[in-house]
Design a protein around this ligand. Structure first.
Ligand code: ZN
Ligand code: CA
Length: 251
């Protein structure tokens, strides 16, 4: 690709300055499917492939690209639950790359009856971190949230989209559960004091009527069901880019 100010037609000319689309953030990602022996056949390569496609599609508008470097399948009854030290043992055995490498563990029996969890980028201190300090970094996701999984309303792969938002540094749109304060530290997501169930469509949900905007129920960082999700805001895209530059790139 050519660089240079003379190809004005390839950018937008504003007062003599050519503004180009920013280079995409490229995130190496390793997917790890971990199942119990009983459920080993339930979680397929196709589900992992479709999950990767859903993730890539959801982040395209944010100028974030994913480069899949591995897809692993492991049968281990304890790791598939990941309670306590089992999660550490699993990650120690399976984790790929460095602090800028996204590792997602899809577990058939994820502990705590949650759909998923991720670490935030700021969870470790400054400098070039030693692997021992970030072994816990990454996402643990209920495997049946992948496309084709068996969790009704949550089987289009959007749990991973939401969780990776955390890994990229985003908080919930209802962070703080309050109509005052910093909320999610993003200015273009309306204040929201309650998380959203399903996809309330009859009357717009508005948990902070004194603040401008109704609840961003279609935002990936709310708790709405998969079909309700449509995207991130420009402010969230900016926060992800800032977090990437501050915490993960080059580390
Ligand atoms: Zn969340
Ligand atoms: Ca906000």
């Amino acid at each position: 690709m050519h660089q240079g100010v003379f190809k004005a037609h390839s950018g937008t000319q504003i007062a003599g300055i050519v503004s180009r689309a920013a280079a995409p953030i490229v995130v190496d990602v390793a997917l790890h499917v971990v199942t119990t022996a009983t459920k080993a056949a339930d979680i397929t390569q196709k589900m992992a492939d479709d999950q990767f496609a859903a993730l890539s599609k959801a982040y395209a508008a944010s100028n974030v690209q994913f480069n899949r470097i591995a897809t692993t399948f492991t049968v281990n009854d304890a790791w598939a639950v990941g309670a306590g030290s089992d999660a550490t043992a699993m990650k120690t055995a399976l984790r790929n790359g460095t602090y800028r490498t996204l590792n997602v563990y899809f577990m058939s029996d994820l502990t705590g009856s949650i759909l998923g969890t991720c670490s935030l980028p700021s969870d470790i201190g400054p400098g070039t971190p030693a692997p021992s300090t970030y072994i816990g970094d990454g996402c643990m996701i209920q495997a049946n949230t992948m496309p084709g999984g068996n969790i009704y309303g949550f089987n289009q792969g959007m749990t991973t989209v939401h969780e990776v938002g955390h890994w990229m540094g985003l908080l919930h749109t209802f962070e703080g559960y309050s109509c005052t304060g910093n909320g999610d530290f993003v200015s273009d997501t309306p204040m929201q004091s309650t998380s959203t169930d399903g996809c309330p469509s009859k009357l717009a949900k508005d948990s902070c009527p004194q603040s401008s905007g109704v609840d961003p129920i279609h935002n990936y960082m709310d708790y709405s069901d998969d079909a309700c999700y449509t995207g991130f805001t420009p402010g969230q895209n900016k926060r992800m880019a800032k977090m990437w530059a501050a915490y993960r790139t080059g580390r």
